[in-house]
Unconditional design. Structure first.
Length: 388
């Protein structure tokens, strides 16, 4: 069996002062009452004004080159900013997808016109994207998408239904994976990606309620939506290769183990205020903190490998599998040791409210971005590569 390594990575020296700046900014924002920290806010915390404030400070599009309006900084510096935003439970959902994966995809596959148009807007925190991959009968087996792209004069007409499209009710654009050639022997051939205006004629966005009652994702129906040639992303027919590269960015970040970090921090604070929290609680929390530190080293290692131009898909799959289960275990531990009744309507910064929201969001942790079973398949294939 092959082994999978996570070489230890060190953050660059400039990361320390950057971290301090981001922390101070976030503390000021909270002190000024601009937003209330929450759990899983990279899905649920949509705040366009906050995204623009981050853009003004140069903390969006950090790895986008300066000629496209970005900051031209390193992936590890971006990691520090992202880590601080997640740990603070900041409302980052508006720009999250654009900053995490749309920008890098446009840089890699986009035309010069697309880069000039979208990248500066993404870096300013003004342009928000959603992901149009999943369909009602196509999730894990993404190559089975049935959304059709028919060639017409000057572009394409898209027909089909996408589902679980996070943020589509608020975003301006989404990348749609569609079949641009009839299904042949090679299921991965004949797929293309399109940059679709969510306000174009023929697009219907229907929000789907989460267990909390809030709507963060949607069904998006495309009824003969016209997409001009200049909004095809990359090469026609190269959609599978492009989407696979995009998934590497989607799966590898620290949001795959930090969605409930704020709950862990609240739990520690809650227990610390008790005269005798007990040995069981101390052991539970100690084990969680130890795992957090290990996961963080693993995640940082993946970030460093990506920054060095490598493709650590197996390591990223492992971090997401272990990390999303860790997020859920924080919730289980909080239920077990906190003796607090979860209440979604309790005070915004209370443990009771954070526990309720985390519990209601948690079923999605191990599904979104590719289920853990699928990720384990990726890991198993990599470990046994070359073996019979
Ligand atoms: C909160 C949330 C946000 C999301 N946001 C988006 C978004 O913005 N855009 C988007 O395109 N999609 C989004 N998704 C969809 C997500 O990517 C899919 O739910 C996921 O890929 C699984 O697809 P599915 O739901 O169709 O389940 P299925 O693929 O039908 O899987 C059902 C079950 O069968 C298991 N299974 C399937 N195939 C295998 C196999 N080969 N081996 C072992 N087990 C298998 C799965 O692990 C799962 O447990 C989101 C999902 C959630 C929960």
């Amino acid at each position: 069996m092959r082994d999978v390594r996570f070489p230890l990575a060190a953050l660059p020296p400039e990361a320390t002062s950057l971290r301090g700046e981001v922390r101070a900014f976030l503390q000021d924002e909270v002190a000024a009452g601009r937003w209330v920290p929450g759990v899983d806010t990279w899905l649920s915390g949509w705040d366009a004004a906050f995204s623009r404030r981050l853009g003004e400070r140069g903390w969006l599009g950090m790895t986008i080159p300066t000629e496209y309006g970005g900051q031209g900084r390193s992936a590890l510096e971006r990691y520090v900013v992202v880590e601080e935003l997640l740990a603070a439970g900041a409302p980052v959902a508006a720009h999250w997808i654009a900053d995490r994966q749309t920008g890098p995809s446009l840089l890699k596959h986009g035309s010069e016109e697309q880069r000039q148009f979208f990248l500066p807007r993404i870096a300013r925190g003004e342009c928000y994207f959603a992901i149009g991959m999943s369909e009602p009968d196509s999730g894990s087996d993404l190559a089975s998408v049935r959304t059709r792209a028919d060639r017409v004069e000057g572009g394409w007409r898209l027909t089909g239904t996408k589902v679980w499209t996070s943020g589509a009710h608020e975003a301006q654009w989404f990348f749609v994976l569609a079949r641009s050639e009839p299904l042949g022997e090679d299921r991965h051939a004949g797929l293309s990606q399109f940059v679709v205006d969510l306000h174009a004629a023929g697009v219907t966005v229907r929000p789907i309620q989460l267990l909390t009652g809030a709507a963060h994702f949607n069904e998006v129906v495309l009824d003969g939506v016209f997409v001009p040639d200049e909004r095809v992303l990359g090469a026609v027919g190269a959609g599978w290769r492009q989407v696979t590269a995009e998934l590497a960015f989607e799966r590898s970040g620290p949001e795959r183990f930090l969605s409930t970090y704020l709950l862990l921090a609240s739990l520690v604070g809650h227990l610390a205020r008790q005269a005798d929290a007990g040995a069981v609680a101390a052991a539970q929390v100690g084990a969680l903190v130890a795992r957090l530190m290990t996961l963080r080293e693993m995640s940082l290692s993946v970030a460093a490998a990506l920054a060095a131009g490598q493709a650590p898909a197996t390591q990223a799959a492992l971090v997401k599998d272990v990390g999303t289960r860790f997020e859920q275990e924080i919730i289980e531990a909080a239920h077990l040791v906190a003796a607090v009744e979860p209440d979604p309507d309790a005070a915004p910064d209370s443990l009771a409210r954070r526990l309720a929201h985390a519990t209601l969001h948690s079923p999605g942790f191990t599904l979104r971005g590719g289920t853990n079973e699928i990720l384990r398949g990726i890991v198993a294939r990599a470990l046994s590569a070359g073996e019979r």
